[in-house]
Ligand binder design. Structure first.
Ligand SMILES: Cc1cc(C(=O)NCC(F)(F)F)no1
Ligand SMILES: [Ca+2]
Ligand SMILES: [Ca+2]
Ligand SMILES: [Zn+2]
Length: 317
């Protein structure tokens, strides 16, 4: 279809106004952003589970109905996450070759989750009590897109310890993206879409994983079979490590000197893309992060020392 890139405006899940790129055609305005990589495409799942659904089309380039809100945020936050990986890590989309970013919103009926299918993102509307529309949280969108980056780099197997590291990487870059855009940033996951009736809670806390019943030390890891061997549970170990590495602190008597968000991003990105492998466990995660920090800052650097301290603080050697 022929048309021109224009700027649309609309209301997000939280009732906030934002603008984003759309495509003006004879049919109307499509949610297609032709300014980033090979394009960002947002689809309407029409509360079915057939994907991708229909490319989002609007008559007047104003996206202000309640039904529009999930699409506004999925489209906008996909662009922001694209920009984060492009501008901060020099990565052009999840494959580093400009792969199209495809999202489907209104996936399923009251679907209480979001996901990366292996080729696109899907976002449920939530049931309105436990969750509201999942694309309404920037950390969630960046979490899902980071799964794509992981699949095209370390390709960490989604079970047991490698799966927990996979999940932790998604929480780490979800949070770093939220800080990069200063979007009410915190070390919580999914706070903007979790239990709309209860303020202040979240799906997970990286600062204190135990708030969600997840481990904050390797000695407390889950070794059962639920949740693909605890991928959303044992992610707490990597999440706590990253929180301490960025902010510093003393954990189980181990002092960590913080190095700040930007350096954590550099170390974790290099760890994920240069050293981790599909079968990496937490011990290999430590060794990989030490190598990445050594490459970046030198063997005798304070940053390398902090990486070792952070992993020691969560009991990983
Ligand atoms: C249990 C459990 C946790 C998740 C989860 O993390 N979803 C992705 C996120 F982006 F919404 F967080 N799903 O089931
Ligand atoms: Ca409209
Ligand atoms: Ca958050
Ligand atoms: Zn995930």
């Amino acid at each position: 279809i022929s048309g021109t890139v224009v700027t649309g405006s609309g209301t997000g899940v939280l009732g906030d106004s934002k603008t984003f790129k759309t495509f003006s055609t004879a049919d109307g305005y499509y949610m297609f952003d032709g300014t980033r990589g090979n394009g960002i495409y947002t689809y309407d799942g029409r509360n079915q589970t057939r994907i991708p659904g229909s490319l989002w089309l609007d008559a007047d380039n104003r996206f202000n109905t309640s039904y529009d809100r999930a699409a506004v945020d999925a489209h906008t936050y996909a662009a922001w996450t694209y920009d984060y990986f492009r501008n901060v890590h020099n990565r052009n989309s999840y494959d580093n070759a400009g792969a199209e970013l495809v999202s489907t919103v209104h996936y399923g009926r009251s679907y209480n989750n979001a996901g990366w299918t292996g080729s696109q993102m899907i976002y449920g509307d939530g049931d309105g009590y436990n969750f509201r529309a999942f694309s309404g949280s920037l950390d969630v969108v960046a979490h899902e897109l980071t799964h794509a980056v992981t699949d095209f780099s370390a390709d960490l197997i989604y079970q047991n310890e490698s799966g927990a590291i996979n999940e932790s990487m998604s929480d780490i870059f979800g949070t770093l993206t939220e800080y990069h855009f200063n979007n009410n940033p915190d070390w919580l996951m999914g706070e903007d879409i979790y239990t709309p009736g209860t303020p202040g809670d979240a799906l997970r806390s990286m600062a204190d994983p135990t708030l969600a019943g997840d481990p904050d030390h390797y000695s407390k890891r889950y070794t059962g079979t639920q949740d693909n061997g605890g991928v959303h549970i044992n992610s707490g170990i990597g999440n706590k490590m990253a929180y301490l590495l960025a902010n510093g602190g003393t954990h189980y008597g181990v002092k960590v000197t913080g190095i700040g968000n930007d350096k954590v991003g550099k170390v974790m990105y290099r760890t994920l893309t240069q050293y981790l492998t599909p079968t990496s466990n937490y011990s290999h995660f430590r060794a990989s992060a030490v190598r990445a920090a050594t490459d970046l800052y030198g063997a005798s650097s304070a940053e390398v020392a902090s990486v070792k301290q952070a992993f020691s603080a969560v009991g990983v050697y």
